[in-house]
Design a protein around this ligand. Structure first.
Ligand SMILES: [Zn+2]
Length: 135
């Protein structure tokens, strides 16, 4: 189980990455390490954890009262295997979809591809580092 906060510089996007953790783990993490905003959001409840259609991962976006967006990227597991990288890429595309929709960005094909590539690179590296995996 691993939970960490990751800030995506490009959009100042606040991302909470949760690997193999449940609602209770995230609540505990937020109490100890969460920013004020994340604590408030977690206190509001994490309804996505009651949706059992998620198999290997999901992305959840929520917005605070100041209009700042927070993203939760939940992965059932991550061991840098092909299967886990497939899931990571799938969920990154959902982050891209949510973020571009929220920012009203349309028809920026090259930027879209770059953004997905960038997220895949930085998140994969961060997961390897945080979970102490072999590259
Ligand atoms: Zn999906």
């Amino acid at each position: 189980m691993k939970i960490f906060n990751y800030n995506i510089d490009i959009f100042d996007l606040q991302l909470l990455v949760c690997v193999g953790s449940n609602e209770n783990d995230i609540k505990k993490w937020a109490d100890k390490n969460g920013t004020k905003e994340f604590k408030i959001l977690v206190k509001q409840g994490l309804p996505m954890f009651n949706d059992n259609t998620h198999n290997s991962g999901f992305v959840y976006r929520t917005t605070d009262k100041n209009g700042l967006s927070y993203y939760i990227l939940w992965l059932k597991k991550h061991d840098n295997s092909w299967e886990c990288l497939d899931t990571l890429l799938h969920e990154i595309i959902h982050i891209k979809q949510e973020k571009f929709k929220a920012c009203l960005i349309e028809d920026e094909r090259e930027f879209e591809a770059y953004f997905v590539e960038y997220l895949f690179r930085v998140l994969r590296r961060e997961l390897v580092k945080r979970l102490k995996l072999n590259k």
